[in-house]
Design a binder for this molecule. Structure first.
Ligand code: PYC
Length: 332
């Protein structure tokens, strides 16, 4: 019988979990995190399913594994592990990972208050604030985000035909704004949104193709962002983001916020520098901003920033024994 032990530190970012593997992670091949992501998916995906799925995780579980940076100018490289796979980028995951890494001394940034983080989707520049040992906020300057398609038509069970936009913010998001066949997320249960998302995502990917112009390994619409009315009148917008098979993000979703700001900017609804306060399904908030306007090849894109907080709550030494019938986790 063999057994593998993972030293994990658990936190949540605005309500959504982040489990950082601080010890026990694999050695991966590759010159950057995109290549290392491919190696991990091919040979070590059992670590993700073992640590994220039941019985050691749950439908919303999400986390990361830290690696040394490939470029000595950077501070850390991160692989995101989620119930949904290994995302190219994860905003709530970044906020939680950096909070844990700084509070627990897992990284020593070259410039205090600033972390240069290599993600599979690209370089992410982070500013964090600290009070004593506690990190009180993390602001990430994300990879370039862009509106990929508008006014696509997809048939949704129960609701009928929906018109959606697809936007990239580190992952591809189908954005469902309120419209005649969808009254806004506040009018439906989380169970309904999840069931519809499962079918909608399949149909979107069967009918349309999305490929990142600079990284062909990012080529699927993985998330559905359902929009609706805010709970707090001072917020700009609210969302329920579906990911994995059964998850609704409890945080306002960092890459979803980036994708939505790209959509709003392209449609003239948001200006450079204007705060975009995004609420989650539970009412937690991220503050987003369009920091800059750039090009990805021929495409007009934005550099979004997203700011939020995380709380570290536990140390978790997790064993995966190969005599455990659920060593690699399960989903129901
Ligand atoms: O915050 O980017 C995010 C995210 C993606 C999936 C869950 N959270």
């Amino acid at each position: 019988m063999s057994s593998k032990t993972f030293f994990c530190i658990d936190a949540h970012t605005c309500g959504n979990p982040v489990r950082v593997v601080a010890g026990g992670g694999p050695t991966l091949k590759g010159d950057n995190m995109s290549q290392k992501r491919q190696h991990f998916l091919k040979e070590y995906d059992w670590i993700r399913t073992g640590l994220m799925f039941e019985p050691r995780g749950h439908d919303m579980m999400s986390g990361s594994i830290l690696f040394p940076p490939h470029d000595p100018a950077n501070d850390v490289a991160v692989l995101f592990i989620e119930t949904s796979g290994c995302l190219p980028m994860c905003g709530h995951g970044t906020i939680g990972t950096i909070t844990i890494a700084i509070e627990e001394g897992l990284i020593q940034p070259k410039i205090p208050g600033i972390v240069r983080m290599e993600a599979p989707a690209g370089l992410v520049l982070i500013e964090y604030k600290q009070e004593g040992k506690k990190v009180t906020s993390v602001k990430l300057r994300n990879v370039a985000a862009y509106l990929a398609a508008t006014n696509l038509e997809v048939e949704c069970p129960d609701l009928g035909m929906l018109t959606i936009d697809v936007s990239y913010g580190g992952n591809y998001y189908a954005i469902v704004d309120p419209q005649p066949n969808f009254a806004g997320l506040e009018n439906y249960t989380a169970g309904q949104l999840i069931a519809w998302s499962q079918v909608l995502r399949k149909r979107i990917n069967e009918k349309y193709k999305f490929v990142h112009p600079q990284d062909p390994t990012i080529n699927t619409c993985t998330h559905i962002l359902w929009a609706g009315a805010t709970l707090d009148s001072t917020s700009t917008a609210r969302n329920a983001v579906f990911y994995g098979d059964k998850a609704i993000d409890r945080s306002p979703c960092g890459t979803g916020t980036s994708a939505r700001m790209a959509q709003w900017y392209a449609k003239g609804k948001l200006k450079v520098g204007e705060p975009f306060i995004h609420e989650s399904i539970i009412g937690s908030k991220f503050t987003g901003k369009v920091e800059d306007v750039v090009k990805i090849g021929e495409l007009d894109a934005i550099i979004p920033s997203v700011e939020g907080w995380a709380k570290v709550y536990g140390y978790n030494t997790i064993k995966i024994d190969d005599d455990d019938p659920y060593a690699h986790g399960f989903q129901v």
